[in-house]
Design a protein around this ligand. Structure first.
Ligand SMILES: [Zn+2]
Length: 198
């Protein structure tokens, strides 16, 4: 029923998470009505993130260039590393303003059922980073089954490789089964302040 170019846009939008066929259609019509300038800006923004954003060569956070903004910031403590599952988890932690160290993005959580094994995550890179005088590693994986399993695995590996490093986990109080992404700043800030050794 729709003209093929419009149908194609609806099809692409419907692939986005949380966007069903009807929302995709509404968005497509909105884009169709928008000015040529606005529509071009949207298309360009999508192209730009794919071309310009790459993983940071040190911590695998999102970066424009070889290193992310946190790794480039000299004021950030290089001796404390906060381990998260996804780059998106850095944002809520930064919003708390509780944390002044660096990050390490694993690229997921261990889940043998889904075929995610230790070698699929950026674990070897983490272990080689901690060899350079790191004082504390904070495990801020999600409070989910896979996030907890990942934290236990990493804690055990760190204790074995670098017994002098403090390994901590965020305090409880985060919604169990939820993602860090959805935690509010106050709760997450408190979880950070109250982290405990594991
Ligand atoms: Zn980085």
């Amino acid at each position: 029923m729709l003209a093929p170019p419009l149908q194609r846009l609806v099809g692409e939008l419907a692939k986005l998470p949380g966007v069903g066929q009807r929302t995709a259609q509404r968005l497509a019509f909105h884009i169709l009505r928008a000015s040529g300038e606005d529509a071009a800006a949207l298309a360009e923004a999508i192209r730009d993130v794919k071309e310009k954003i790459t993983p940071c060569e040190v911590c695998f956070n999102l970066a424009e260039g070889p290193r992310c903004a946190v790794c480039q910031d000299e004021r950030r403590d290089p001796d404390v590393i906060c381990v998260v599952e996804e780059a998106g988890d850095v944002i809520p932690i930064e919003r708390t303003h509780e944390y002044r160290g660096r990050y390490h993005v694993l690229g997921g959580a261990l889940s043998p059922i889904d075929g995610v094994e230790p070698e699929d995550l950026k674990l070897a890179q983490l272990y080689s980073r901690v060899e350079n005088g790191v004082r504390e590693v904070i495990l801020a994986t999600n409070p989910t089954t896979t996030g907890e399993a990942t934290a236990l695995h990493v804690a055990a590996a760190l204790h074995e490789r670098a017994p002098d490093i403090a390994v901590t986990r965020l305090a409880s109080g985060l919604p169990v089964g939820g993602d860090l992404e959805y935690a509010d700043e106050v709760t997450l800030g408190r979880a950070f302040a109250g982290r405990r050794a594991v």
